[in-house]
Design a protein around this ligand. Structure first.
Ligand SMILES: [Zn+2]
Length: 151
């Protein structure tokens, strides 16, 4: 009973301004109205950096911790921090910089994840062609909460 309640209120992100809810991460990433605009690096703990998204529907910017996305990366993670060294292009010092980092730095894999988000294919959430299993689940869940006159 309580478990069911928990399941239906769980979501990936809610817009702090308009209350729009993205139930799962892929839904946010493929939403044409949710655009990644920046990255506030955390130089001590790379995974605690903040990805900035703009919700274009209401014009609010919202931050999501990089740790929510780091599982998207499957390459090497370097152990040495090169920030401000000769090999560092300084991208992490500019929150509007979205490019991948060429240096073998502890922080560079976060920028690789960021690049994936920047290049994520945007789509209309109504389509069953995109992410079929995730969206079917999503729509099934939503239809339970909606009085659907077409049924
Ligand atoms: Zn919003």
């Amino acid at each position: 009973m309580d478990k069911d309640k928990y399941q239906t209120t769980k979501y990936f992100k809610k817009c702090p301004m308009c209350g729009m809810i993205w139930d799962i991460r892929a839904q946010l990433l493929s939403d044409p109205d949710a655009k990644v605009t920046g990255y506030i690096a955390n130089l001590d703990h790379a995974e605690l950096g903040i990805f900035l998204f703009n919700h274009e529907t209401c014009g609010t910017s919202m931050g999501i911790e990089a740790s929510q996305f780091t599982d998207m990366y499957d390459g090497p993670i370097y152990t040495e921090k090169l920030t401000r060294s000769a090999e560092c292009p300084g991208y992490c010092l500019d929150k509007a910089e979205l490019r991948r980092c060429p240096s073998k730095c502890e922080c560079s894999y976060i920028r690789d994840v960021l690049d994936q988000i920047v290049n994520w294919e945007k789509s209309m959430p109504q389509s069953d062609q995109i992410l079929p299993s995730a969206y079917r689940e999503l729509r099934a869940r939503h239809s339970l909460n909606r009085k659907d006159v077409s049924v």
